[in-house]
Design a protein around this ligand. Structure first.
Ligand SMILES: [Fe+2]
Ligand SMILES: [Fe+2]
Length: 291
């Protein structure tokens, strides 16, 4: 049930949405759209076209819809998200609360997000072969650093317990758990290793995030040496915020295909010559890994 609030929190999620049972589901996971300075409309249009081609069963948007959380930026982000398929799971990123307007940041950080975006969030999804839960990890008191609160873990543990054992459990957050050598970024959760362990112990199979502006697919042990719990972390790069590497524009999103015995995460990259996204590297996760 949605209720109005003063913008100090994100408007509460609705009840879980159930879709007809299916043995194969496709999710499109995009992130860091960043309407504002350095926004690339051409890549955003490419994302809309790619979504039409892929026809996902659901779209996941893991935050940073705007650059500075301004009304005009949210309005434009909203118009873009309205053109992507639904149901949709969408969470705010650290750029979706004001940075310089301190009173608003402290007392109503999510006011603009709630006004323009929150009602697009269909909440938790149960898609038959997989279920999706999201967490608002934005801390108004710290610019980048994410937080996952005790009450979030309690909700995830309850959600996970309520699902049939065979359901793939997917959780969406904004920030990352560990840096990669080629892309160090501020914002990592405090006690990130323990946090990831906690997700794994709750039965979560796959954690999706954005924030790092670079797609990547990692096992827990890829991020933390000696990590023994089976869990996969998949980052979606920025879909449309100006970013270059060696003169090449880097925009990305991920396509996730879920079947009873395996999940594949495929990175789609912007091809500057073709001016379209195209499928690239993929990684398959087999269910046996979790047994
Ligand atoms: Fe971002
Ligand atoms: Fe971010």
């Amino acid at each position: 049930m949605r209720t109005a609030n003063n913008g100090s929190t994100v408007v509460p999620r609705p009840e879980t949405i159930f879709l007809e049972p299916a043995s194969r589901r496709v999710l499109l996971h995009c992130s860091d759209i960043h309407v504002g300075r350095r926004f690339q409309p051409e890549a955003a249009e490419g994302l809309v076209r790619a979504a039409k081609r892929i026809q996902p069963d659901a779209v996941i948007v893991s935050g940073d819809l705007t650059m500075r959380a301004r009304r005009g930026q949210f309005r434009q982000a909203r118009a873009l998200l309205d053109r992507l398929p639904h149901p949709m799971v969408v969470i705010p990123g650290n750029h979706d609360i004001p940075l310089y307007d301190i009173p608003m940041r402290l007392f109503a950080p999510f006011a603009n997000y709630n006004r323009w975006i929150a009602d697009l969030d269909d909440g938790a999804l149960d898609l038959g072969v997989c279920a999706v839960w999201s967490v608002n990890t934005i801390n108004r008191f710290v610019h980048q650093k994410g937080r996952i609160r005790e009450e979030d873990f309690a909700a995830i543990e309850k959600w996970s317990r309520s699902l049939p054992p065979e359901r793939w459990r997917i959780v969406v957050v904004h920030q990352h758990f560990a840096n990669t050598p080629d892309n160090p970024r501020p914002g990592i959760y405090r006690h990130a290793r323990a946090r990831l362990e906690r997700f794994a112990k709750a039965g979560v199979h796959l954690v999706l995030h954005g924030h790092v502006h670079q797609s990547g697919i990692f096992l827990g042990k890829d991020l933390f040496p000696g990590f023994s719990f089976p869990i996969v972390v998949a980052a979606a790069g920025t879909a449309s915020s100006g970013r270059t590497r060696g003169g090449e524009r880097i925009y990305q999103f991920n396509m996730i295909t879920v079947e009873p015995d395996k999940v594949s995460v495929q990175i789609w990259n912007w091809n500057s010559a073709l001016r379209e996204f195209e499928p690239g590297e993929s990684r398959e996760i087999v269910r046996e890994m979790y047994s």
